[in-house]
Design a protein around this ligand. Structure first.
Ligand code: AMP
Length: 302
């Protein structure tokens, strides 16, 4: 019983006040699956790239024991490309371009062996495609979903249909306000969980994350970071760490979800320390565990 991840795989051009990089590995599925791979196996991905996508990237994913049977490589096609720029406020980015390329006609085809996967993480893609994925699956037990402003504004009705079927929605604070049309996050959470998801996670960038569900709220601290080089993929790394941890021990209690939120925050913190996916490529379990202890020390008091 594996963890299935569906979303974008692409090449990013990223500018920050410290550096810039072109043609770097990116995409929601990439960050999610790398982060999850430190906790559990098999992690299977479904996505699409063109034949310009480097074999080294595919090898790197395979080196993390990520199953790529569901990766479609389109002959003569160009890989999805995204460009963005950050100023000193690294919480906000300006998108410079989005070239959908082969992603425009993406039709997620779930390999036969993955139709029975019980854990599914729907990365940030069109709600219609997320629905298409769910329709191909055989009663998944736990569905985690990400989305963004673009779909809340542009595909609200489809998104509502998806939300009725998912167990956890992970969004950031501005998306929560937009989705609920409510400025107060506590009230917003009530409105959003009434839309379907049993649990809601609201990420607040450098201010941590909130987990809502079971009539309880858990407030996770943010890891105090001195060196943030590239925030791209932090949200996806969070989702991958959160879901990967839950898939590892298959326990879906609120207490275990609290731990999963911390592991999500840990993977996001590693992600932003280096450009592109580099911060997630060479971690050891000891580094992850040590950061968990740092998180515990950060906010424990009598
Ligand atoms: P995050 O920083 O967690 O929002 O994720 C960043 C990744 O999302 C980048 O690596 C991009 O390649 C990818 N991305 C950006 N825009 C889109 C989009 N419209 N659809 C799918 N993936 C995208």
């Amino acid at each position: 019983m594996g963890l299935l991840v569906v979303g974008s795989i692409g090449l990013d051009d990223i500018q920050t006040p410290f550096d810039k990089i072109e043609n770097a590995l990116g995409g929601s599925t990439t960050y999610i699956s790398l982060a999850a791979s430190y906790f559990t196996a098999p992690v299977s991905i479904v996505g699409v790239v063109g034949d310009d996508f480097s074999k080294n990237h595919i090898q790197m994913l395979e080196d993390h024991h990520i199953d790529i049977e569901g990766l479609q490589i389109i002959e003569g096609g160009k890989t999805f490309r995204y460009g963005c720029k950050y100023n000193y406020d690294l919480n906000n980015r300006e998108s410079l371009f989005t070239h959908l390329n082969v992603f425009e006609k993406f039709n997620p085809i779930i390999p036969e062996k993955n139709k029975k996967d019980k854990f599914v993480l729907l990365g940030n893609i069109a709600p219609q495609l997320q629905m298409n994925v769910l329709d191909q699956l055989n009663e998944p037990r736990f569905i985690v979903c990400d989305t963004m402003n673009f779909w809340i504004d542009g595909a609200f009705d489809d998104l509502m249909k998806v939300l009725k079927r998912v167990h956890v929605l992970i969004i950031n604070d501005s998306e929560a306000r937009l989705l609920s049309k409510e400025p107060n996050l506590i009230k917003a959470a009530k409105i959003i969980t009434d839309m379907g998801p049993k649990y809601l996670i609201i990420k607040k960038g450098e201010h941590g994350a909130l987990l809502f569900g079971d009539n309880t709220i858990f407030s996770a601290p943010a890891y105090p970071m001195e060196n943030i080089y590239d925030p791209t993929g932090a949200g996806d790394a969070f989702a991958g760490g959160f879901t990967g941890y839950l898939h590892k021990n298959l326990e879906l209690s609120f207490d275990n979800m609290k731990r999963a939120v911390i592991y999500g925050s840990i993977m996001a913190s590693f992600c932003v320390e280096k450009f592109s996916t580099k911060g997630l490529e060479n971690l050891s379990w000891l580094e992850i565990k040590n950061r968990f202890i740092e998180f515990q020390n950060l906010s424990s008091f009598d």
